[in-house]
Every structure is written in structure tokens, then in C-alpha cells.
Design a protein around this ligand. Structure first.
Ligand SMILES: Nc1ncnc2c1ncn2[C@@H]1O[C@H](COP(=O)(O)OP(=O)(O)OP(=O)(O)O)[C@@H](O)[C@H]1O
Length: 226
């Protein structure tokens, strides 16, 4: 099943053509890596796929719903889309568990239930022992896991990750990728922006962007690099 579909999508910022006609589908269970030089449109593509930005032309569908016709986009995003960014924006005054609970509480889930869900997903990513610590009390890798837990909570089916391994050492980066890969194998669709061939090797497909267009797409799974 297709989770996200972009069809002939363009995005212009005044004179700048960030995307110039991109079509892409990501199915359940699929991890697609997006690579390309700086300024080629990778972040724009991710933002459009998650409904954080709107295309100038073309359509974006999440689970079959045309985002241009969705009234409460924020609710759809909270329910279906998880984001992991390099700068993870954990809220410093909230504990790890509270950061993960927040999107669920915004959706009206009661605190006790939200905490239960947060602890379960923190355990999934291996940091439940740090649930009551604040972000500044955690290492970079631990913080990134908390950010991933926040993206995963509520069983979101589309995960968008923009350089999620940016500041991490190789071993921690590999662990983060393996978490994303596991979630994918459990049925999520993942779009991953990365500069690193090492991490793109975890993908089912690699899409190369150049000047706002898909220059090349490879369907080869690079098993040997795992
Ligand atoms: N808000 C904006 N206003 C004007 N131009 C923009 C805006 N956002 C993006 N652009 C332009 O669109 C193009 C694509 O930007 P985008 O951030 O998507 O590229 P990227 O591939 O993610 O780059 P990087 O790897 O450096 O993050 C760039 O030329 C950028 O300058």
C-alpha cells in the first residue's frame, strides 16, 4: 500500500525553483533514501511529503488523502507522520517521557495513557531507563533516540528523517538507522535524507535529486554494505 505519493510536485520560492516536477511513491515497509547536493531540494521534498509545506503545483497524498483537501492538516500530521530532524528540538524543560507524550496529549490522549505509550516506545528504542531525565542530562545518541521515540509514538505510518544521524558517531548512527529500518520492516514507510552512502545502503531505494529534479533512482538493495 502506498503511504505517501507525490505527483508532479513543484515548489517555487519567488524566483527559486526548489522542486521542478517530482513524482515519488513510498509504500508500507519501504525505506527510501534521498540524496543529492546541497540545495537540490531534499528538505523541501521532505517537508512537502509531510504536509509541513504546500506545493506550488502538483499533489501530495498521504494514505490516499490529498493534502490540499484536508481541513485539519495538523491533526493528520500528528496522527500519521513522524519527523526526525538533525536539530531535534526536544523541549529542554520537559523530561524525555514528557517530550514523547506531548504529541499524544495534543491529540487528547489522557496523561496516564500517554505516559504508558511513551514508556513503551522509549523501551523500543532502548532509552526507557532515561525516561525521567531532561534532554541536557542525555548524550547526543540518547537524545536522538528520544526524538525518534517522539516520532514513532502513536504508531505513525510515515516517518520523515532529515539527516537524523548528522552529529552522531558512526556506531550510534548505525543504531539509529537500524531503528528506522526495524520500524519500516514492521510496516512504516520511511523517507530518509542523508549525505552518507553508508546510511543510504540501508534503503530499499535511493533517489538522487539534482536541481529540484529526480536525476536517478536506484532500486538496488545494497545488502553487502549492511
Ligand atoms: N524559504 C525559502 N525561500 C527561498 N528559497 C528557498 C527556501 N527554501 C528553500 N529554498 C531554495 O530551494 C532550493 C532547495 O532547498 P532545500 O533546502 O530543499 O535543499 P537541500 O537539498 O535540502 O539542501 P541542504 O542539503 O543544504 O539541506 C535551494 O536553492 C534553496 O535556496
Amino acid at each position: 500500500m502506498t503511504v505517501v505519493e507525490l505527483r508532479d510536485v513543484t515548489r517555487e520560492h519567488g524566483q527559486a525553483h526548489a522542486l521542478r516536477g517530482v513524482s515519488l511513491e513510498v509504500a508500507q515497509g519501504e525505506l527510501v533514501a534521498v540524496m543529492g547536493p546541497s540545495g537540490s531540494g531534499k528538505s523541501t521534498l521532505l517537508n512537502l511529503a509531510g504536509g509541513l509545506d504546500r506545493p506550488t503545483s502538483g499533489t501530495v497524498r498521504i494514505e490516499g488523502r490529498d493534502l490540499a483537501e484536508v481541513r485539519d492538516l495538523a491533526a493528520l500530521r500528528r496522527g500519521s507522520v513522524g519527523y526526525v530532524f538533525q536539530d531535534l528540538n526536544l523541549i529542554p524543560s520537559l523530561t524525555a517521557a514528557e517530550n514523547v507524550m506531548l504529541p499524544r496529549e495534543l491529540d487528547g490522549v489522557r496523561a496516564a495513557q500517554a505516559r504508558k505509550e511513551a514508556l513503551a516506545v522509549l523501551a523500543d528504542v532502548g532509552v526507557d531507563q532515561f525516561a525521567d531525565r531532561f534532554p541536557e542530562e542525555l548524550s547526543g545518541g540518547q537524545r536522538q533516540r528520544v526524538a525518534i521515540a517522539r516520532a514513532l509514538v502513536g504508531e505513525r505510518r510515515l516517518l520523515l528523517a532529515d539527516e537524523p544521524t548528522g552529529a552522531l558517531d558512526t556506531a550510534t548512527g548505525d543504531e539509529i538507522l537500524s531503528l528506522l529500518r526495524n520500524r519500516c520492516d514492521e510496516g512504516a514507510a520511511v523517507l530518509l535524507v542523508t549525505h552518507e552512502p553508508r546510511y543510504a545502503a540501508w534503503a530499499d531505494r535511493v533517489v538522487y535529486l539534482r536541481d529540484g529534479l529526480i536525476a536517478e533512482a536506484s532500486a538496488v538493495r545494497l545488502e553487502s554494505a549492511r
